[in-house]
Design a protein around this ligand. Structure first.
Ligand code: ADP
Length: 212
């Protein structure tokens, strides 16, 4: 699926583009330093600028200027966005941790769900807030029930890969009627590694970023 998005660059995005043109290759940290802002502040701008193809990012090297400017200062982006471009950091817990401890972590980290790993650190399941509520009204001692007992277990969990198009992933998210999808990487030793999460909140924020 292709997306066509017209984006008017903000003043800060223009400034970043200028800095990269003059100093390429340049790291995100260095750009942040020159603009006197934090790296976190720049994150969404850099995502937008690489997304529309104005900048290119090389891991461990930095940002390069590609430049697809037109006179109206509008940039057309019709390359597929990948899950890895927008995925968030998930709450990961071990399957032997208690339901009680996971509830505490969900509050502490303001997460909507937790992804579970087995003793080999391979992804094995997911718990949502409703799963925790269900366990809470079940009457048992929550500090004695391992989270692995109440999770939705692999292979019944729908996952996505980093390189997948976000439009395909959004379709999966909507069709599956869940709040988030684990982003996984399959390693050579047969392990399923959790590398991120794609949630409805992240997608909503992306739309807001595009609007801004
Ligand atoms: P909530 O419980 O807050 O409504 P969800 O809609 O995400 O949140 O979860 C509903 C049910 O689906 C829960 O039992 C949860 O364990 C399960 N679930 C959550 N994410 C997935 C997923 N990616 N694949 C399969 N099942 C999931």
């Amino acid at each position: 699926m292709k997306a066509v998005i017209f984006i008017q660059l903000t003043k800060r995005q223009e400034a970043i583009s200028q800095i990269v043109q003059e100093n390429q290759p340049i790291t995100g940290e260095k750009i942040a330093e020159l603009l006197h802002v934090t790296r976190a502040t720049l994150r969404s701008d850099l995502v937008v600028l690489t997304m529309i193809g104005l900048l290119d990012a090389k891991p461990k090297v930095g940002y390069f200027y590609v430049g697809i400017k037109d006179e109206k200062k509008e940039y057309t982006y019709f390359k597929d966005l990948k899950v890895s471009d927008i995925m968030g950091v998930p709450l990961i817990v071990h399957q032997t941790e208690s339901v009680y401890d996971v509830i505490v972590k969900i509050f502490m980290e303001d997460a909507g769900c937790a992804f579970i790993q087995d003793k080999k650190d391979s992804f094995c399941g997911v718990v949502s807030r409703k799963d925790l509520l269900k366990a809470s009204i079940g009457g048992g001692d929550l500090s004695k029930i391992p989270i692995g007992m109440i999770m939705t277990r692999v292979p019944n969990v729908t996952t996505v890969l980093e390189e997948e198009s976000i439009f395909d992933a959004i379709e999966t998210l909507v069709n599956r009627q869940v709040d988030s999808l684990p982003v996984v990487r399959l390693s050579e030793d047969g392990k399923t590694q959790i590398v991120g999460k794609l949630s409805k909140t992240i997608i909503t924020k992306l739309f807001l970023e595009i609007k801004d």
